[in-house]
Ligand binder design. Structure first.
Ligand code: GSH
Length: 463
């Protein structure tokens, strides 16, 4: 394990996540500083490690992984014998862990990281004041998420069950940063969330991450740069006098009935800003079920429905479900989660890229171009569409390079990383934004290939 190198700066919450996992596992590693201020992350050699130009990135010998959540998951699979068992072997506990790991990235992270941006990074790095209306809106969103956590944590000590797991670990940087802002009231006012928070933040591995942050700049394994010298404690002082108290933006909710399966399974979905995500996620789940059925498996939609522990109140974390099905039924269908360490690292990275880089602009475009006119009777906002298309174009530029070198995102073989993209690609191809795909030959070829899978045709037949 001598070759473990983590690239980034400890002050970045995403780097903290990777650092924490390295410390939990007790692995030896080198922290290689990347000077963001000087733009080192946008140049070689860093962009060869992460073409999206973001820290962290990990090198494990000749294996490269980026996306902090792919890094933590990779470390757990690559070094199962080290440290606590963060990925449970038991199927039921695994399902729960995967669900809550996905809840962190799919529900918690967005409002939490945007709050951190408004309340800490915006004033600190850009010298601009937090927008109170934006803060109030984000707090309302996070409060709804934490309400579900409160109920869940009243029933079990940790998110995945009785033991600390990767699902808890991935939350720590977000919790830590939130506790340094006035939004900490959202945590402190919920007794079970608060208890859990105190417990997980007391882990020795987390103390090591914090110690790294508080080291004098001269001793920190990072180049000296002004902003990284600000100790965490001063964040609190910086923001202690911020006031809020805005009327919460009313959630536009409507109930719409989707009858998606001929088997008669119907679903009421809460239609709000996330409705398009729900729809696509549901399609993605069905896709995987159909993929399993392709092999003549007795796996039925009834059984799928019975895997009720995969549900989190109104959330059905599709990416947790697809990952769970791959781990729970490895002998069924194609090998969507590679067993080879290098191929696994690549699959995990691109699976994470789907959820953290591709999904946001793609699902927002779907909302603007399809769901907004369809459900709200509104018209697409051209400026918003142009902005989202520009964002997605940047993401797809990286895909184009990647797919010029390998047939699929994870390598030579179709994997979970490709599968999770299918609903998003399908929806995009039904909008004028399909030009973003069609103008990139390798992306376009990959898209045609993956959408031609018989399992996908079965999903489409259900719609
Ligand atoms: N989804 C990525 C996000 C990484 C990220 O946003 N990193 C930030 C630092 S916290 C970064 O490198 N920002 C520089 C930039 O985007 O230019 C992950 O989890 O690793």
């Amino acid at each position: 394990m001598a070759g473990l190198k983590l690239y980034g700066v400890a002050l970045s919450p995403n780097v903290m996540r990777a650092l924490l996992c390295l410390y939990e596992k007790g692995l030896d590693f080198e922290l290689v500083p990347v000077d963001l201020r000087a733009g080192e992350h946008k140049q070689e050699p860093f962009i060869s490690l992460n073409p999206f130009s973001q820290v962290p990135a990990l090198e494990d010998g000749d294996i490269k992984v980026f996306e902090s959540r792919a890094i933590t998951e990779y470390l757990c699979h690559a070094y199962p014998e080290k440290g606590p068992e963060l990925v449970p072997g038991d199927k039921k506990t695994l399902a729960s862990m995967l669900t809550w790991k996905e809840v962190e990235s799919g529900q918690f992270n967005d409002p939490a990281s945007k709050l951190a941006f408004e309340l800490i990074y915006k004033p600190m790095l850009f010298g601009t004041m937090s927008d109170e209306a934006v803060v109030a809106d984000l707090e309302a969103k996070l409060a709804k998420v934490l309400d579900v956590y409160e109920v869940h944590l009243s029933k079990c000590k940790y998110l995945g069950g009785d033991e600390y797991s990767l699902a808890d670990l991935n939350h720590l940087p977000g919790l830590h940063v939130l506790l340094g802002t006035p939004s900490k009231k959202l945590i402190e006012s919920r007794p079970h969330v608060s208890k859990w928070c105190t417990d997980v933040l007391a882990r020795p591995a987390w103390a090591k991450v914090v110690a790294l942050l508080l080291l004098p700049a001269s001793q920190r394994p990072s180049r000296v740069s002004k902003w990284s010298d600000i100790p965490v404690a001063s964040f609190k002082r910086l923001h202690s006098n911020l006031t809020r108290g805005h009327s919460r933006k009313r959630w536009d909710t409507r109930l719409v009935k989707f009858r998606l399966l001929k088997t008669g399974i119907s679903r009421f979905l809460l239609v709000d800003r996330r409705k398009e995500v729900y729809t696509r996620r549901w399609v993605r789940q069905v896709n995987r079920v159909v993929e399993l059925r392709e092999k003549g498996d007795a796996f039925s939609c009834d059984r799928f429905e019975r895997d009720a522990f995969l549900r989190v109140d109104e959330w059905e974390e599709s990416r947790a479900i697809t990952e769970y099905l791959c781990h729970a039924y490895p002998e069924k269908g194609p090998e969507l989660v590679p067993s080879d360490k290098k191929a696994l690292a690549s699959m995990l990275t691109w699976k994470e890229v789907e959820s953290s880089q591709f999904n946001d602009p793609a699902s927002k475009l779907a909302f603007e171009l399809i769901y907004k006119p369809m459900f709200y009777g509104g018209t697409s906002d051209e400026a918003v569409v142009a902005d989202l298309e520009a964002k997605l174009a940047k993401v797809l530029d990286v895909y184009e390079v990647r797919l010029s070198k390998s047939k699929y995102l994870g390598g030579d073989v179709y994997s979970l990383a490709d599968l999770n993209h299918l609903p998003g690609l399908h929806v995009l191809l039904g909008t004028p934004s399909k030009k973003l795909i069609e103008s990139r030959p390798h992306v376009s070829k990959w898209c045609t290939d993956v959408l031609a899978r018989p399992a996908w045709a079965k999903v489409v037949a259900l719609l």
